[in-house]
Design a binder for this molecule. Structure first.
Ligand code: FA5
Ligand code: MG
Length: 422
């Protein structure tokens, strides 16, 4: 099946990004809606919740070098290959990631900068940035979100490991007095192994340092707001898999009755450190989602709100303080369905559909759901029906306006993907 990208029809021959022009090709799929948001950098806006959260985490790790101004444009080599992603990893697909062209993409995670930051010689650092992923549309998914990467590396010798042990003792003493309950997993196990090139004792100590460091951070972030005086903060460690770390872990926090995934982490693969010319080091890294944490701590109900320019949103926040968001009135929803036959020769991924809707409707789209899908038994054509929920966060949207947007969505689906409306 031939696959055309979201911009294939009427795609410009080049894209201008941060004042430079880049040629497009048949994998180009960055939409104007995404391009418009590249310069916004919410994590550096005064009083914005994402900025406050960034500075709060930076103050928790005062000895770490903070970085927050790296360009989102990276090569696929840097985003994937340098981090040991296999050639067939699904994250590379044009349906999942945004490409300027074959050789340039928008970073999908802050880990994309690990090699360059380690290469600069930083051994304790925090890097905050906007990251980009093609995804579904609902209250907790947005094609741009913000991650913070943290890392700490030590000299891989006896002296370095004494430094780790001292640091572990210091961190353990801090946690010893805290009201926190930790569900742990082994630092290293058969299913979550240490690296062949690592002394297993070193790997254990480093993994322990990672866990102690992040348990302390969870306490700073959630210890006050979530846990009552008797109930301890509950943190749970889970075995995970990332191509660029082993052993690897995810951290979940029990908050208002639910377990929430906060971050991914692990012992950095030696290949990453070798590429960065710091082969004599061993260490850990983590990557956390700022929106996830901010939505919990500020009680922000919809991820689109972070992008709001409405004073009723922005005026509620001040620097250095986490406060509870007071929702202003919720305006009515406007549901519109679209049913169509897909073209025989043009694949239409759900993420393509969502990008068309986002591009036309901007933040007026709240939710998209596939409500029907079937293959005609005789013609083998596929029929799809999507229900789009249009709702403004700032004002009442008229039915005429929603119809107008819906008509544009339908037009774009016809033109770009050759669908036949039913
Ligand atoms: C990563 O992105 C890894 N780079 C994390 C990492 C770094 C692992 C260093 C090991 C060492 P993941 O895709 O799970 O992993 O995302 C990490 C965090 O980002 C998640 O735990 C979550 O908090 C946040 N996140 C992921 N996807 C979304 C999304 N669509 N919307 C909002 N937040 C998200
Ligand atoms: Mg994950």
């Amino acid at each position: 099946r031939r696959r055309i990208s979201a911009l294939a029809n009427g795609r410009p021959s080049s894209l201008e990004i941060f004042g430079d022009r880049y040629p497009t090709d048949d994998v180009t799929n960055i939409t104007p809606a995404i391009l418009a948001k590249l310069p916004l950098r919410l994590h550096t806006r005064p009083a914005h919740p994402l900025n406050t959260l960034r500075t709060l985490i930076e103050s928790h790790f005062p000895e770490f070098t903070p970085l927050s101004s790296l360009s989102p444009l990276v090569t696929p080599f840097k985003n994937f290959d340098e981090l040991s992603f296999p050639p067939d990893h699904p994250g590379r697909a044009v349906t999942d990631s945004y490409y300027v062209n074959k050789n340039l993409m928008l970073r999908t995670h802050t880990s994309a900068h690990e090699v360059e930051v380690f290469r600069r010689g930083a051994d304790k650092w925090l890097l905050t940035a906007d990251v980009y992923r093609r995804d579904e549309i609902d209250g907790s998914h947005y094609p741009i979100f913000h991650q913070m990467e943290g890392a700490k590396i030590f000299t891989a010798d006896a002296a370095g490991m004494r430094a780790v042990e001292e640091d572990n003792a210091r961190l353990r003493a801090l946690l010893g007095r805290a009201n926190i309950e930790i569900e742990d997993v082994p630092h290293v196990s058969a299913t979550n192994p240490a690296q062949a090139t690592h002394d297993p004792v070193y790997a254990e100590l480093v993994a322990q340092n990672l866990k102690l460091s992040l348990n302390g951070l969870m306490l700073t972030l959630f210890g006050g707001a979530g846990a009552s005086s008797e109930a301890p903060l509950r943190v749970r460690w889970i075995e995970a898999y990332f191509p660029f770390t082993t052993p690897s872990f995810e951290v979940e926090v029990f908050f208002r009755g639910k377990w929430l995934e906060i971050l991914g982490s692990g012992v950095v693969r030696q290949a990453t450190l070798d590429t960065a010319n710091v082969s004599n080091k061993i260490g850990w890294a983590f990557g956390l989602g700022l929106e996830r944490i901010a939505m919990i701590l500020y009680s922000i109900p919809d991820i689109r709100l972070f992008w709001s320019t409405d004073e009723r949103f922005l005026s509620q926040f001040t620097d250095e303080k986490i406060t509870t968001f007071q929702p202003y009135s919720k305006y009515p929803s406007c549901f519109k369905d679209v049913s169509f036959w897909t073209a025989q020769d043009i694949a239409l991924h759900e993420n393509d559909f969502c990008d068309v809707v986002r591009d036309v409707a901007g933040d007026l789209v709240e939710d998209v759901q596939k409500i029907d899908s079937f293959v005609h038994p005789k013609t083998s054509r596929t029929s799809l029906c999507y229900r789009i929920n249009y709702r403004s966060m700032d004002r009442s949207l008229s039915n005429e306006e929603a119809n107008e947007i819906q008509a544009q969505v339908v037009d774009r689906l016809r033109q770009q993907f050759g669908v036949e409306i039913r």
